[in-house]
Design a protein around this ligand. Sequence first.
Ligand SMILES: Cc1ncc(COP(=O)(O)O)c(C=O)c1O
Length: 356
Amino acid sequence: MSREELQPGTRALHAGLAPVADGNPFLAGPTFAAPFHLSGEGDPSGYARYEHPTSQAYEAALAVLEGGPALAFASGMAATSAVLLSLLTPGDTVVVPSDAYPGVRDIAEKFLGPRGIEVRLVPTDDRAIRAALPGASLVWVESPSNPALDVLDLTALAAEVHAAGARLVVDNTLATPYLQRPLEQGADLVMASGTKALTGHSDVIIGHVAGRDAETLAPIREWRGLHGAIAGPMETWLAHRSLATLGVRVERQQANAQALRDLLAERIDLVHDVRWPRLGGVLGFTLPSAAHAERFLAACGLVVNATSFGGVHASAERRGRWGTDDVAPGWIRFSCGIEDTVDLVADVARALDACG
Ligand SMILES: Cc1ncc(COP(=O)(O)O)c(C=O)c1O
């Protein structure tokens, strides 16, 4: 059976592991080294700022999951910067979401605009993006978007972006390649913060970029080496180890999200605008005010009040506290963990009663 025929959970379990041979560990430990013995001509394999074996094993796993070659980065934002800053030059035009993770918007406005790149800020909406395409060379989207959880038709969008002569980059952080493979849908590049559901234990900051082929990735690889944005051996090893449970984690998080969505839908006395795009364990809802949201978070016993999402422990936050997103004051971004569903639902039901 070829690896490509496997279901995504099995694929994640085996991805990037060493070949089967007596004495081989399933997953080799991290290799802590800066330079490597190198005779003859210079080669990136001689210095860990360019590449190192632990990162290469993780990247081999990512390539299997994403369906194209991948590069690991020190964070999702390092990956984002590498794409934007290596591919765009003065005179180019980039389309960037006005309502998605604010980091990409900040890089575009603070670092691309002043360098002569036209930045078009556009909401996560198929029609709005289509209208912004003429003259653009790069289109960055996030689907589902964070924090509003809007979803795009990536296949249709990729065709339109290419017809306009541009390239499509998809931030796939929320869904992970377990649930959505943008390269298969026509995207040129996919970026993700592995800090979230991909690694899922809230213990590592990491990111990656995957592309349709090595040529598409080449300038991004060069940027990573020169700017020193590679992820280290400990992070890449932890991330790779975490991939083995990707399938079971995401399945449980989704089951919990569905059960919570059902609970929230019944509480129309208190809860509005319940959103769950069915692409992961993150959902959102609005309580009547910021004070209700704070009381709700304080009353939860199993839900950590923390930013980020996708971890094995349920977490939530009143997103408006950052002042970076256009959300209602009582908007809660809720990330389901892998708790037994009955416990999580009971905890949230109690907290809703307490905050009303
Ligand atoms: C959708 C999305 N993209 C990118 C990032 C940036 O990732 P990192 O924090 O790993 O740099 C985040 C972080 O919250 C995110 O939510």
